[in-house]
Design a protein around this ligand. Sequence first.
Ligand code: CA
Length: 229
Amino acid sequence: LKPAILIVEDESAIADTIAYALKTEGFNPLHLTLGAQAIDCVRSQPFALVILDIGLPDLSGFEVCRQMKTFQDIPVLFLTARNDEVDKIVGLELGGDDYMTKPFSPRELVARVRAILRRSERHRTQPRSRFEHDVAARRIRFCGHLLELTRYEYLLLRTLLAQPDRIYTRAQLMEQVWSDAEESTDRTVDAHIKTVRAKLRAIDPENDPISTHRGVGYSLSLATGQEVT
Ligand code: CA
């Protein structure tokens, strides 16, 4: 599977160069020109990394990064054309992130992308997943046990598993799971979470991987879950 990279850059010549270099090196780039689009996009589909220009037409790259990081810990490679921006970036105390000053060589950029991905891979305390998802067969195993799931239970668990630790609101789950249903309510989501939980608890009564975020929604942890209030 090729790692998906989101490029947020309003200068199409630069974006095209980056996209081409990434594609050649085995990545799967997607290009957007607006910060707001980028935030929505990261919310709805998984990316390994975001390449983020600071001077965007709508929001600054700093603001885009801040908003993205409120819901996902995604690595960011900033692109900047100005020295005063560099000062500001350095002041952010970038954890797994990095920046490049324009103009840059596409090869150098790809090398940085690889380095960031390696670093974030290492830093991610990746617990061995207790789930095995056979996408083709639409089957999920938990701690080695095959789960007997109804259609909507499967779709619900599949959605939560696609982005571990992401907090989904009930509305987001309804949209992803019950998109073809005649009608669904918050209670539909809660009821299905309950039955999925019961099936997981039957296998491991101690560690519920699904967390309830009161007033917000649900998330799933590959390690162990807990009640978050
Ligand atoms: Ca720009």
